[in-house]
Design a protein around this ligand. Structure first.
Ligand code: ADP
Ligand code: MG
Length: 253
């Protein structure tokens, strides 16, 4: 993991007088899962959407796979996969039809069943988007990011609102995608998720990056300051109990 695939330098974004992103810089390496963490309103989605070419920046520089965002936004669009808000899916179309529609937009030939199979939705090919469970909707929306065989995919809170089984199922899917060589940038509010998935994390607060490292190093650094959890950590947590009792099998009608 040596090659830089995304480089962000002194990025700022103002909405009117309000500066939502205050001069952040970071690099994402090819093949890594990079997490952007931070409280609501920190500027995560704004940052992602600027890199995705969906939002204008105020100042700074962004390079994606060597392409300059200011000069080659259309070339960037071709090599990235972006998750749409679910409202973007025509509710009356089947999953196969939606895949074909997106493939048309990208001018790509795509085998719908094969793509749906890769996110475990082959048997839902004829169903409409609105008929899917929460986890299935998220898996489908991740599938749509893969249609143009992107070098990088952007996932903005992909597991928010999912039950523990669906969440873990999505983790496996994300690891799978990365295994095939795709770089992943993800935002999440779940720290266990970030710890499990991310090679490196940037913590962003009020538009500034306040820490950037591997989860392991961040934890070690905190411990080195003398920090200790107030209670002895138990060998399991409530989620372990829940999954032990209800199993890991996906619950989806
Ligand atoms: P996050 O994704 O980390 O929750 P956002 O990037 O969505 O944060 O928002 C960062 C800040 O910018 C927030 O204070 C938000 O209210 C503000 N903001 C986001 N989009 C707009 C917009 N289109 N117009 C004005 N302010 C916005
Ligand atoms: Mg957001």
């Amino acid at each position: 993991m040596q090659n830089t695939i995304i480089s962000v330098k002194n990025l700022t974004k103002k909405y009117g007088d309000f500066e939502a992103v205050k001069g952040i810089s970071f690099d994402v390496m090819q093949g890594e899962i990079f997490g952007l963490l931070g409280p609501n309103g920190a500027g995560k989605s704004t940052t992602l959407e600027i890199i995705e070419t969906l939002r204008e920046k105020t100042s700074g520089e962004v390079f994606v796979a060597g392409l300059n965002l200011d000069k080659q936004p259309n070339d960037i669009k071709k090599i990235i996969g972006v998750q749409l808000q679910s409202a973007g899916y025509y509710p009356g179309l089947s999953l196969s039809e939606l895949v074909q529609m997106f493939a048309g937009l990208y001018n790509k030939q795509v085998d719908s069943l094969e793509l749906l199979d890769s996110v475990n939705l082959r048997d839902k090919a004829k169903n409409k988007f609105k008929e899917l469970s929460g986890g299935q909707k998220q898996r489908f929306s991740i599938a749509t990011t893969l249609i143009n065989q992107p070098k990088i995919i952007f996932l903005d809170e992909p597991t928010t609102g999912l039950d523990p089984q669906a969440r873990r199922n999505l983790w496996d899917l994300i690891l799978d995608i990365r295994k095939k060589g795709t770089t992943v940038i993800i935002t999440t509010h779940y720290m266990d998720e970030a710890e499990f998935l991310c090679d490196r994390i940037a913590i962003i607060d009020s538009g500034k990056i306040i820490s950037l490292d591997t989860p392991d190093n961040m934890i070690d650094e905190l411990v080195a300051t003398g920090f200790e959890r107030p209670k002895q950590v138990k060998l399991a947590n409530l989620e372990d109990v829940f999954l032990h009792l209800t199993g890991k099998t996906l619950r989806e009608e």
